[in-house]
Design a protein around this ligand. Structure first.
Ligand SMILES: [Zn+2]
Length: 289
C-alpha cells in the first residue's frame, strides 16, 4: 500500500497517523478469529516500528509528506475499519489491491515511455511544486506555510527525459488551469527544438497528475488533437497517476529545490529563480524561465 519516494529511500503510507494501521490490523485480526488475543498493544506496535524491524525500516508516515494522500486509499481503509464481517474485509481488500495494481500498471507505462529512445520521440513529465515551499519572501529556516510569506509564487517543472529539466516561475495572479499547463508544455517543446536544432517531435508522451481541474480536461485533449490534425505531431499519449501516488522523478527535483530554498534568503522572483538554478549546481542540465 506504500508509495516509493524517489528523493529518499522511503515508502510513504497513505495515512498520516500510525494508529490507523494498528486499528486496521486489530480490526482484521478480530474478524478473522473470534477469540483473537493479540498481545500487540498500541505502545508495543509503536515500539516495534521505532525499533525499525524489517517490515518498518523504510516505512514513513509523515504528516507533511510531499504529496496529498489518495482519496481512494483513505476510503478503502475507512471501509475496512467499519466492516462487520470477514467477507466484507476480504472484499474491500480485494478492491484495494485492484487499485494498487492499476497504479502500478500506470507507473510501469510511464517508466517504459521514459526509457524509450527513438528519433522524433519525446517523453515529458509536468508537475507543480508545493506552493507552500515557494511562497515569498523566505528566510533561512522559515517554515513552509508561514503567515509572513504572502506572495504565493509557484514553480512548475517539466522534465524532458534524456535531455534536461525546465522550471517555470509562475506569478501568483496566474490561475491554475489547463491554459497554463498547455502553454508550458508548448514552450518546453519550442525551447527543446531551438536548443537541439531538431524538428518538432513526431511522437509525444506527457505524464501528468490525474486532476480533472487542470490536466485531464477537454481543453487539454482538444489542444493536442488540433496539433495532430495540423500534422505538427503524429501521436500524443497521456499518462496519469492518481494524486497521492505521484512520487516520481520530478518530485525528486522539487525536493532538491525545497531543500536549497530552506537555507537561503529569497525575497524576489529573481532570487527564487536563482535559488532554483543553484539547487542543481553539479552540472545538471536545468533551465529556469
Ligand atoms: Zn490510492
Amino acid at each position: 500500500m506504500a508509495d516509493h519516494d524517489p528523493a529518499k529511500p522511503f515508502c510513504y503510507l497513505p495515512f498520516a497517523d500510525r494508529k490507523d494501521y494498528w486499528k486496521e490490523g486489530c480490526s482484521i485480526g478480530k474478524l478473522s478469529h473470534p477469540l483473537w488475543d493479540w498481545d500487540h498493544s498500541y505502545p508495543n506496535f509503536i515500539k516495534t516500528w521505532a525499533n525499525k524491524a524489517d517490515d518498518f525500516r523504510f516505512m514513513k508516515v509523515a504528516k507533511n509528506k510531499p504529496v496529498s494522500s489518495c482519496a481512494e486509499c483513505i476510503r478503502f481503509s475507512g471501509q475496512i475499519l467499519a466492516a462487520k464481517s470477514r467477507e466484507d474485509v476480504a472484499r474491500i481488500r480485494r478492491l484495494r489491491k485492484k487499485h494498487f495494481l492499476e497504479v502500478q500498471a500506470e507507473r510501469a507505462k510511464y517508466h517504459e515511455a521514459r526509457e524509450r529512445v527513438e528519433d522524433g520521440y519525446l517523453c515529458m513529465i509536468i508537475d507543480g511544486m508545493d506552493q507552500k515551499k515557494t511562497s515569498l519572501p523566505r528566510a533561512p529556516g522559515s517554515r513552509a506555510g508561514d503567515e509572513t510569506e504572502s506572495v504565493k509564487t509557484r514553480i512548475i517543472g517539466v522534465k524532458v527525459h534524456g535531455y534536461k529539466k525546465y522550471f517555470y516561475i509562475v506569478p501568483p495572479d496566474f490561475p491554475h488551469d489547463s491554459n497554463i499547463t498547455i502553454s508550458l508544455l508548448l514552450q518546453t517543446i519550442c525551447l527543446w527544438t531551438k536548443e537541439t536544432g531538431g524538428p518538432w517531435p513526431k511522437y509525444l508522451h506527457i505524464q501528468m497528475d490525474n486532476t480533472c481541474s487542470d490536466n485531464k480536461t477537454q481543453v487539454m485533449l482538444a489542444a493536442f488533437m488540433r496539433m495532430v490534425e495540423a500534422e505538427l505531431m503524429a501521436k500524443v499519449q497521456f499518462g496519469f497517476l492518481p494524486v497521492g501516488h505521484t512520487h516520481e522523478d520530478i518530485d525528486a527535483c522539487f525536493a532538491r529545490i525545497a531543500s536549497y530554498l530552506r537555507k537561503t534568503v529569497c525575497s524576489t522572483f529573481q532570487q527564487l529563480a536563482d535559488g532554483t538554478t543553484d539547487a542543481f549546481k553539479d552540472g545538471e542540465a536545468v533551465s529556469v524561465v
